[in-house]
Ligand binder design. Structure first.
Ligand code: ADP
Length: 234
């Protein structure tokens, strides 16, 4: 464990070239420390996906420097960015993205194929991750036999299994009913309590409230949101 912030934006911005050029994320500073739970909220078209793509190393900013775990990502070549992404970031998507004909265990274990985990350890690690999300007993089930909330928990296990620095969640409850959404959010809070750094991007103010800290994006401008009654920053 190092003491570097997990995310550090130094005047990071992204303008799509156009024409006309679209300044989707205006240059901004942001620091997310290890173990923080940050929600990022904004209406459709505000720049959330642009922000997510930069944080997730899926896209490069057109200005500024993005440091992940203290490592400046600006100068990395594509292969290095991909490797860093695989090791440091666990993605959770709105629509789960599980392979329908593979068991929960296989779905999670597959995330270890590309990071060099020996074959013999993958299943044990995957089972441990499934147990962590409360689904050890469903390891053999295929996603179609699981509820939406369970599928998202499998996806979270897959995101966690390689022990990333950051859990990056894009509308993680967008496809869930209220009960399942609540259980997934409770799990994210639990992981945060255990020390995981969690960043949740959402257009839902109800979900945004859960973060110990909320950042708002509007028209490409990122701002810290200070809400009354929020807990101390961790
Ligand atoms: P959100 O995820 O909050 O809906 P986006 O980050 O997708 O917002 O979009 C922010 C702005 O950037 C919008 O005005 C959108 O039209 C524009 N935009 C997104 N992607 C591109 C692109 N590839 N080229 C040009 N403009 C884009």
């Amino acid at each position: 464990m190092n003491d570097e912030p997990v995310i550090e934006f130094r005047q990071v911005g992204l303008t799509y070239p156009g024409p006309p050029p679209v300044p989707a994320l205006k240059p901004c500073d942001l620091t997310v420390g290890r173990g923080e739970f940050v929600t990022v909220v904004g209406p459709s078209g505000s720049g959330k996906s642009t922000f997510l793509n930069i944080v997730g190393l899926l896209d490069s900013p057109t200005s500024g420097n993005y440091l992940l775990d203290g490592l400046d990502t600006s100068a990395l070549r594509d292969a290095e960015r991909t490797a860093l992404r695989g090791r440091r970031i666990g993605f959770v998507f709105q629509s789960f993205h599980l392979l329908p004909h593979r068991s929960a265990l296989e779905n999670v274990a597959l995330a270890l194929v590309y990071n060099g985990t020996p074959r013999g350890r993958r299943r044990a690690d995957a089972l441990e991750a499934l147990e962590r999300v409360g689904l050890g007993h469903r390891a053999a089930s295929v996603p179609t036999r699981l509820s939406g909330g369970e599928r998202q928990r499998v996806a979270i296990a897959r995101a966690l299994v390689a022990r990333p620095s950051l859990l990056l969640c894009d509308e993680p409850t967008g496809n869930l009913d209220t009960v399942n959404a609540r259980s997934v959010l409770a799990l994210l809070e639990e992981l945060h309590t255990d020390g995981m750094t969690v960043l949740v991007i959402t257009h839902d103010p109800g979900v945004a409230e859960l973060g110990a800290r909320t950042v708002a994006i509007r028209d490409g401008v990122l701002r810290e949101q200070i809400a009354a009654g929020k807990g101390e920053k961790r």
